[in-house]
Design a protein around this ligand. Structure first.
Ligand SMILES: *Cc1c(COP(=O)(O)O)cnc(C)c1O
Length: 379
């Protein structure tokens, strides 16, 4: 029976306990698992870093939602990213897109580079630029679409087919879209990365990350699994449990997030206080056609530029009363952020850029809050 993704989000990875009849999985805090008189393991587990029932349930669920064969969960999205990058060898090269999560970029520059792995930016939306950058030492292309914080779109199938011809692996950070809106493995990617901290967890109460594999025999994936077990940056049982609980409502939350995001994006475009809106669901967005083709929804994050520059943006932010002025994204509550406050000094992100992770509140209340911010601009 092939069930729809909204159903799988509720059921995937959850097994029925024949002893208790639990409808909700128990939390397995035990660090170790016993053997019988003959030295055989009683269950499927040896030691909790190596494998834990809660983490495994979450891994199976995320793998299934992404259409992958397996997944490995880590203590954060960054730990998941680091596990992938650690599998590369000195002299290897990673290509990444222009709109990359700044934490991943900083990791590549400050940590991955120490291991002699070169990481270089390339405009993945430009096929000629990608072809020119695909030298012999390239092992991995790191994509993010929609990107952060400008919501740039990359044609994932086009990148994957070029990479395949060159024998290079493709990873897609699918944190912004979630498998509800986009399934990169079906577009030809080899690995998917998630900061489960964001939409998958969905309530801003648990940090975590995951790597999902398209193919169990892929060498990079096998190295990631070994790194997870031996380096041990694993997700804790309770955090795995919380994340799995969050995923149960992923489909319905994403529907609410993106309905609100779409309404606000169209409304913001008309506001005189707004210079520019970045949302792939807008026909005016340069990546709209590609996004419409490769996504089944445009997601719940948008960004916009406030007319009047950095000072006006500060005043606007000071007028907000409902939305949380905080970094991160993907929670049920709206999170809004003046990006320049968290971007590194060398960032080229516009100084009047505001990123809004649209929550599931009533959209009229969100609009009224934005109006309260805009009201500060006349003063
Ligand atoms: C937050 C985020 C990460 C990093 O995840 P952490 O859990 O904060 O380490 C990676 N990629 C994207 C796109 C993110 O938004």
């Amino acid at each position: 029976m092939r069930q729809r993704i909204a159903t799988r989000a509720v059921h995937a990875g959850r097994t029925r306990d024949p002893h208790t009849g639990d409808v909700v999985p128990a939390i397995h805090l035990s660090t170790t698992f016993e053997r019988d008189d003959d030295g055989r393991l009683i269950g499927d587990y040896i030691y909790s870093r190596d494998g834990n029932p809660n983490r495994q349930a979450l891994e199976r669920c995320i793998a299934e939602l992404e259409g992958g064969v397996d997944a490995a969960c880590f203590a954060s999205g960054s730990a998941a990213a680091n596990a992938v990058l650690q599998c590369l060898r000195p002299g290897d090269r990673v290509l990444y897109g222009t709109d990359l999560y700044y934490g991943t970029r900083s990791m590549m520059n400050q940590i991955t580079a120490r291991a002699g792995v070169h990481c270089a930016e390339v405009d993945l939306a430009d096929p000629a630029a990608l072809d020119a950058a695909l030298r012999d030492d390239v092992r991995l292309i790191w994509c993010e679409s929609p990107g952060n914080p400008l919501l740039r779109i990359v044609d994932l199938a086009a990148v994957a087919s070029r990479a395949r011809r060159a024998g290079v692996a493709v990873l897609v950070d699918n944190t912004f879209a979630t498998p509800i809106c986009q399934r990169p493995l079906g577009l030809g990617a080899d690995l998917v990365l998630h900061a489960t901290t964001k939409f998958l967890g969905g309530h801003s109460d648990v940090v975590g990350g995951a790597v999902v594999a398209a193919d169990a025999d892929q060498p990079l994936w096998q190295a990631v699994r070994v790194t997870q077990r031996l380096a041990g940056g694993v997700l804790a049982p309770f955090d795995s449990w919380l994340t799995l609980r969050g995923i149960a409502t992923l489909a319905i939350r994403m529907r609410a997030h993106q309905e609100n995001a779409r309404d606000l994006a169209h409304w913001l475009v008309e506001r005189p206080e707004v210079e520019r809106v970045h949302y792939p669901g807008l026909a005016s967005h340069p990546g709209h056609a590609v996004a419409a083709r490769q996504m089944s929804g445009f997601g719940g994050v948008l960004s916009f530029q406030v007319r009047g520059g950095e000072t006006a943006t500060r005043r606007f932010m000071a007028g907000l009363r409902l939305m949380h002025r905080a970094t991160s994204l993907g929670g049920v509550h709206s999170l809004i952020e003046h990006r320049m406050l968290v971007e590194p000094p060398e960032s080229t992100v516009p100084r009047n850029l505001v990123r809004l992770s649209v929550g599931i509140e009533h959209v009229d209340d969100l609009r009224e809050d934005l109006l309260a911010g805009f009201a500060r601009l006349g003063a």
